[in-house]
Design a protein around this ligand. Structure first.
Ligand code: EPU
Length: 291
């Protein structure tokens, strides 16, 4: 394997602490580019070496295999990718910025409309790639345009109309999101603050954050809640190794300590099989499985 000397690439970097699930092996290669120029150089070098590339956002929606990831994991957490500023008619946000920081910035500037995202432990790029959402809203509704890089290093600006968004799905997933221009909505700071508190309280009530987890494991099949279906199969509390179906929300798997990815996958197979047998509905993972 040959990498250009000017690129900082580490080998065999443990990914467990970089994920909210706290599961999995190491990245074969790992790098944190400082800017789009370095990012492009990394992509081209990976291509030259025939190495697959994985973009790590906040690590909140992935299950890393116990054997780790064969390829180059790139994390966009340098200051360049975490910029946030007001531009005429839009809020420009870097793909590596955490949603919580974005919401706080907007609140300070009296800009509302994104409070529903409060409590989602994601980066803007990750949230856009999967069209994250909750309480009937999704991040797609905020997007005016996105600045993206393709895996050959070419930068493009896509307007909202050029992006396909669906439930937990977006055409932006095939790019690396450098930044997005989000729509602004003037609001009162106190109103925004109260909205955020309400959403956080709802989230605390419905979800189970008592142990490391990756949020909802499966997508909802149609209008039905995957959590409700898994619950109806009597699977709450079911465990394999240290992986347990949450007692509070059955679409959450909890890592109760040194959990292995293979136990999570085995538990997921049981959840899927029982929902299929009882309701004739196929569950699709919402989390990304990295191998
Ligand atoms: N329910 C049960 N048992 C359970 C879980 C839920 O009966 O174990 C019932 C609830 O009582 C409620 C209904 O199912 O009547 C829906 O539950 P909830 O409000 O928790 O919504 P959900 O459909 O399970 C979705 C998203 C969540 C998002 C919430 C709130 C998916 C896969 N999940 O969950 O997103 O926070 O709505 O809007 O779309 C995530 O993406 O990681 C995530 C957690």
């Amino acid at each position: 394997m040959r990498w250009p000397k000017n690129l900082k690439i580490k080998s065999n970097v443990p990914l467990t602490p970089k994920t909210t699930f706290w599961i999995g092996g190491a990245a074969q290669f790992f790098s944190q580019p400082r800017d789009p120029r370095e990012l492009k150089a990394l992509l081209l070098a990976a291509k030259g070496n025939g190495v697959p590339v994985f973009i790590l956002g906040a690590g909140s929606n992935i299950l890393v295999s116990d054997e780790g990831v064969s390829g180059l994991v790139i994390k966009l957490d340098a200051p360049y990718f975490k910029k946030i500023c007001l531009e005429p008619g839009l809020l420009r946000v870097g793909g590596g910025l955490m949603l919580s920081q974005m919401i706080k910035f907007a609140q300070d500037k009296s800009l509302g409309g994104m409070e529903f995202l409060a409590g989602i432990p994601g980066s803007l790029g990750g949230a856009l790639a999967m069209n994250a959402g909750c309480w009937g809203f999704s991040i797609a509704s905020l997007v005016k345009e996105a600045q993206v890089m393709d895996y050959r290093g070419k930068v493009k600006i896509l307007q909202n109309k050029q992006i396909h968004f669906a439930y937990r799905k977006s055409s932006l997933a095939k790019y690396i999101i450098l930044s997005a221009g989000l729509k602004l909505k003037k609001s009162r700071r106190l109103v925004i603050k109260n909205n955020i508190s309400e959403y956080l309280a709802k989230r605390r009530k419905a979800q189970d954050l008592s142990f490391p987890n990756a949020g909802c494991i499966f997508k909802n099949p149609g209008k039905k809640s995957a959590g409700m279906l898994i619950d109806a199969c009597g699977l709450k509390g079911k465990g394999i190794g240290q992986a347990f179906v949450s007692e509070r929300h059955a679409n959450f798997i909890l890592n109760k300590g040194a959990c292995r990815a293979k136990d999570v996958l085995a538990l997921m197979r049981i959840m899927k099989k029982q929902v299929k047998a009882k309701f004739k509905l196929g569950l699709q993972p919402e989390i990304k499985i990295w191998e």
